[in-house]
Design a protein around this ligand. Structure first.
Ligand code: UDX
Ligand code: ADP
Length: 463
């Protein structure tokens, strides 16, 4: 079977970039990305490709190339489902905020809604591909809904988890380490796998396309993220020990990373990991382990999250302690709000939690992030539900200019590792601040020696 028409449900950080790259590499396939959110679809269709809703290096260029040729963005979900041979489900699966599994299990309500809609609309056989990160055995639930509520059309369900990292999404999609496709062992299952393999084979070498059973594929995604997050929590745990001894975490990371068994990546100590995947996926892993009665397994992985929460809290506590045990009424400038550089995504960003702690201590936060809007910042803080929205608004102000944001500040905290922060005129910033002028570098990106020579009190993570 040859795939000619693809529908992707969900025009977010996963669906948008993934479909743009498939469209770029498979010009003979028509791709329609649909979403219920009208404003989001309108932004994807904005005449000026610089206004698309997601910031990723090179994404606007690719969308500009393919849009309205073989790449379409629409709110007409039913029509796109009806026309497609293959449907990617890329809707969000946040951690549940209510009921059983609250704070841990993935909320699958959006996935279920998609399955019911597909079942209702589909008149012909289709391949359904899980793209969102899902807890193991979600495919079973999908299949049950599709088979029991449909109009007789047959569905094959594949798991094809996305391993792209935000900020490098286009690069990761163009040359992935591997593409993972899980499907069932029946003849139809194998045919569906082959159809999806052929889509990727347009640009990914065959030996990098790995096929497995559905459960291995679903679990691999959770495990990959858990292992990556574990490395960050491990090095962050060591950063605290370095601060108490004369060791320097950057030197330790370099020394251990040169051991080829360990490797150099994902060993950057930081104020704590964020993003839509790490915490959610580990919580999923913990939840399913507990459900199987594997308490030690659950505790083992949960510790990765506990360490990360500790790292964020430790950073804000140190700011308060260093500023003579009070930040009440003081202006503290945040450089960066996104959970990492080169993305406008802020989900689970450490900045949110550090800001929340400092606002509890009555600080006033001035903020500059090159890609995040004031509206998003307030939404993130309000989501924590620590205090009333107008209180948050009183305590945090976004600036369009970093120098304005730093003026008259008691301290600066670096929360995201945006490259441009390294290029600033730090003398000029120093001159405009209250003295002593403090810099808390939560990403270890600035040159501490240079800053100290200017006159700053400079503190980084893990030294
Ligand atoms: C992650 C996985 O990398 C990706 O494969 C998966 O598909 C989705 O989840 P992402 O969340 O986009 O991707 O970003 P990632 O680069 O993994 O960073 C996650 C967090 O860890 C960020 O907050 C980042 O700043 C932090 N981090 C990463 C560190 O603090 N130190 C490091 O050495 C690496
Ligand atoms: P991710 O990082 O997983 O891509 P996002 O939140 O960026 O997550 O994107 C998910 C998108 O899926 C959102 O734009 C949301 O509006 C959309 N969505 C959720 N449920 C449905 C649904 N039933 N039908 C269509 N779109 C949906």
């Amino acid at each position: 079977m040859e795939v000619k028409n693809i529908c992707c449900i969900g025009a977010g950080y996963v669906g948008g970039p993934t479909m743009a790259v498939i469209a770029e590499k498979c010009t003979n396939i028509k791709i329609t990305v649909v979403d219920l959110n009208e404003a989001r679809i309108a932004a994807w269709n904005d005449e000026d490709v610089n206004n698309i809703p997601i910031y990723e290096p090179r994404l606007n260029e690719i969308v500009g190339n393919r849009r309205n040729k073989n790449l379409f963005f629409s709110t007409n979900v039913d029509k796109a489902i009806d026309e497609a041979d293959l449907i990617f489900i890329s809707v969000n699966t946040p951690t549940k905020t209510y009921g059983t599994g609250k704070g841990m299990a993935a909320d699958l309500k959006h996935i279920e809604l998609c399955a019911r809609q597909i079942a209702k609309v589909a008149k012909t056989d289709k391949i359904i591909v899980e793209k969102s990160t899902l807890p193991v055995r979600t495919a079973e639930a999908l299949k049950s809904i599709l088979d029991n509520t449909g109009n007789g059309a047959k569905f094959q369900i594949l798991s094809n988890p996305e391993f792209l990292a935000e900020g490098t999404a286009v690069e990761d999609l163009l040359s992935p380490d591997r593409v993972l496709i899980g499907g069932d062992s029946s003849q139809e299952g194998q045919k569906a796998i082959e159809a999806l393999v052929n889509v990727y084979a347009n640009w990914v070498p065959r030996e990098r396309i790995l096929t497995t059973n559905v459960w291995s594929s679903e679990l691999s995604k959770l495990v990959a993220n858990a292992f990556l997050a574990q490395r960050v929590s491990s090095i962050n745990a060591i950063s605290e020990l370095c601060e108490k001894t004369e060791a320097n975490v950057n030197e330790v990371a370099k020394a251990i990373g040169m051991d080829s068994r360990i490797g150099p990546k994902f060993l950057k100590a930081s104020v704590g990991f964020g993003g839509s995947c790490f915490q959610k996926d580990i919580l999923n892993l913990v939840y399913i382990s507990k459900a199987f009665g594997l308490n030690e397994v659950a505790d083992y992985w949960e510790q990765v999250i506990i360490m990360n929460d500790h790292q964020k809290r430790r950073f804000s506590k140190n700011i308060v302690q260093t500023l003579y045990n009070t930040v009440s009424g003081k202006k503290i400038t945040f450089l960066g709000w996104a959970f990492k550089k080169d993305t406008n995504d802020t989900r689970e960003s450490a900045a949110i939690y550090v800001a929340d702690d400092l606002i509890n201590e009555q600080a006033y936060i001035a903020l500059y992030d090159p890609k995040v809007s004031q509206k998003q910042v307030l939404t993130d803080l309000d989501y924590l539900d620590t205090r009333k929205s107008d209180e948050n608004e009183k305590h945090i102000t976004s600036y369009n200019n970093p120098y304005e944001a730093c003026k008259n500040a008691h301290a600066i905290a670096i929360l995201t590792e945006w490259d441009e922060f390294k290029e600033y005129d730090w003398e000029k910033i120093y001159d405009s601040m209250l003295k002593p002028a403090f810099v808390f570098d939560g990403r270890n990106i600035l040159n501490g020696e240079v800053l100290k020579n200017i006159g700053f009190v400079y503190q980084s993570i893990g030294s």
